[in-house]
Each structure stands twice: as structure tokens, then as C-alpha cells.
Design a protein around this ligand. Structure first.
Ligand code: PMP
Length: 316
């Protein structure tokens, strides 16, 4: 796929979209060691803004530390590079930053551990999804509501295998296998459990439920990827006067809940209408979900002074 207008930042310079390739035998491709992060770009009345840029870059640094990738850039340098990439690519709605070992290696531990950083700023729909749309496949993140199947075979990422806090390519293989099977059964996505059979997260989203007393619950931070949207929603819920706690969630809690929603960068707050046989809010988004979703959207559009500090304005 060619995108003549899109430029990708690679180690300090811009290259053409189609030049951003790695060798098939590169260490990161063969061993799944690519660490990445993904953030959203918003058009506001003060110009373009990246949502919680500093926090996303900090998470990339953590993912690299956990994985043992030695980044040759400071967080400040990466922030500047992200901004430059957004400015270089008009119409971009998302930024993906990838850190990988490009060298061809025979051994597990690379002899040449140099890490290459690539940053792409693009419109996922126009630049990536369009050919799939033509083939009739709508991307899941375009769906307004979502149904989940509790995954009973594959556990969530585990701290003693690849910790869930590392956003690293290898961590997505078993969730992908799980999701493939769930989709064949008519569900949109899976809900992964941890090794104690407690609720953890979806493959690329965190989960929240609302219990019968109207309190929000989300699984504890040691068991999940520390989603930036998850963090925002916890703070936002408290600002809205809602009780919100990180605590273990059992399957029974799921089925007793009045509402459930996922959070991630692509969609923000994503109403869940069904988990296994339990249906929520008559197949509609629940009231608490809608309240948080709408406030979060307003923040992203630059329409909420209280949380304006979450926007990193590109031109200022
Ligand atoms: N969990 C996992 C495993 C993910 O890949 C993602 C997507 N980054 C999330 C949760 C949600 O994180 P965020 O809100 O930062 O997009």
C-alpha cells in the first residue's frame, strides 16, 4: 500500500511511508520484541492536540525497560519527534510509535541491540482500513456497541511471562487467537481472565463495570496494561462524583453489573451490551457509560477546561 503524502519519522529523519520496512529476519519480527504505543490526535479550537502525549511516551519507555530494549532517545526527544511527525502529516488522527531491534540475528539476545524508533501519524480509516472496507470488512472500532465472550482457554498476559504492563508485540498473539475463535461464534471481542480466573482486560482495551450501587469497578493495575484512557476514566468518574475503585472482579460481578464498558485510545469509552449471556441496559449504552463517554469526548475536543491539561497542543 503506498501513501505518497505520508512520511514516517525514523531515527531522526523523515522517510516515505513505503520505505518504513524491516528485514524479515530482524530480531523484533522473529521474536516479537517490538514495543509500541498508540495515541490520538484531535482537532480543537486551539489547533491540533495529542491526547496525553507525555503519558503515552512514558508508557513506551516503560515497555522498553521491561522488554530490555535500550532506547537511544529521551522522553523529551520522543515527544518532539511525535509532534514533528503530526505536523508533517496533515489529517493524521493517530500516532503510532514503535521501538524495535532491526538487526538480523541468530541468537535470542541480539548481538547488535541497537533500537530503531519509527513514528507514524496517520488516519487509520483512510490510510489503512480503506482497502479492507472495499473488501467488506468493517473494523471493530467503528462499531458503536460491543459484545464480549469470556475467554476460558487463554489467560491474560502474566507478570511471570511477559508482564501485562509491557505494550510489546508478543503479548498480542494469544489474545488474537482467542478473539479469532470468539468472532467465529458471533462475539465482537473477548474478555480475558487472569490466572486466578478473575477478570483482567480485553485484548486491546480495559474494562469497567457499574455495580448495583452505581459504583465503578475496574481490575487492579498489576494485572492489566495501564491504559491511558482507563486512568482518565478513573479520574473523570471521581470528578463526576461517582465512586470508582480498582478491585478484583469475578465472573459473578460481571453478571450482576448494571453496565459495562471498555476503554481504549481508538474509541474512548465503548459501551458493552453483552457479556456471554448477560445483556446490559436493554442492548443500549447505559446511563453512566454515556455520561463518561460524552464528557471524555468533550475533553478530547478541547471543550472542557478542567481537563484541558490532558491535551498537548501541537502548535504552541
Ligand atoms: N489493554 C491493552 C492490552 C491494550 O493493548 C490497550 C490499548 N493500548 C489498552 C488496554 C487500552 O489502553 P489505552 O487506553 O492507553 O489505549
Amino acid at each position: 500500500m503506498t501513501h505518497p503524502s505520508r512520511k514516517i519519522w525514523r531515527d531522526g529523519e523523515f522517510i516515505q511511508w513505503e520505505q518504513a520496512t524491516v528485514h524479515v529476519l530482524s530480531q523484533s519480527l522473529q521474536r516479537g520484541t517490538l514495543a509500541f504505543d498508540y495515541m490520538s490526535v484531535h482537532q480543537t479550537s486551539r489547533g491540533l492536540a495529542v491526547y496525553r502525549l507525555r503519558d503515552h511516551v512514558a508508557r513506551l519507555v516503560t515497555s522498553c525497560e521491561i522488554t530490555g530494549l535500550e532506547l537511544g532517545y529521551s522522553a523529551e526527544e520522543l515527544i518532539d519527534a511525535c509532534i514533528a511527525t503530526v505536523l508533517e502529516n496533515p489529517g493524521a488522527r493517530f500516532v503510532k510509535i514503535s521501538a524495535l531491534v532491526p538487526s538480523v540475528e541468530v541468537e535470542l539476545v541480539p548481538q547488535d541491540p541497537r533500537v530503531s524508533v519509527l513514528i507514524a501519524a496517520y488516519d487509520v480509516m483512510a490510510d489503512v482500513v480503506e482497502p479492507h472496507l472495499r473488501a467488506g470488512h468493517r473494523p471493530l472500532h467503528e462499531a458503536p456497541l460491543v459484545s464480549l465472550k469470556v475467554e476460558r482457554h487463554f489467560s491474560n498476559r502474566r507478570e511471570d511471562i511477559i508482564p501485562p504492563q509491557a505494550k510489546v508485540a508478543a503479548n498480542y498473539t494469544s489474545p488474537m487467537m482467542a478473539k479469532l475463535r470468539a468472532r467465529a461464534e458471533g462475539y465482537d471481542d473477548v474478555l480475558l481472565l487472569n490466572e486466578q480466573h478473575l477478570v483482567a482486560e480485553a485484548p486491546t482495551s480495559n474494562i469497567f463495570i457499574v455495580n448495583a450501587s452505581g459504583a465503578l469497578l475496574t481490575p487492579p493495575s498489576d494485572k492489566v496494561l495501564l491504559g491511558i484512557t482507563r486512568d482518565s476514566i478513573m479520574e473523570l468518574a471521581r470528578a463526576e462524583g461517582l465512586e470508582c475503585t480498582e478491585q478484583n472482579i469475578t465472573e459473578a460481578d460481571l453478571h450482576a453489573a448494571t453496565e459495562a464498558f471498555l476503554t481504549n485510545t481508538s474509541v474512548g469509552v465503548w459501551p458493552v451490551i453483552r457479556i456471554d449471556e448477560t445483556r446490559y441496559s436493554g442492548g443500549q449504552a447505559g446511563l453512566v457509560t454515556v455520561r463518561l463517554r460524552d464528557r471524555h469526548r468533550a475533553i478530547c475536543r478541547g471543550n472542557d477546561p478542567e481537563f484541558d491539561h490532558w491535551l498537548y497542543y501541537v502548535g504552541e
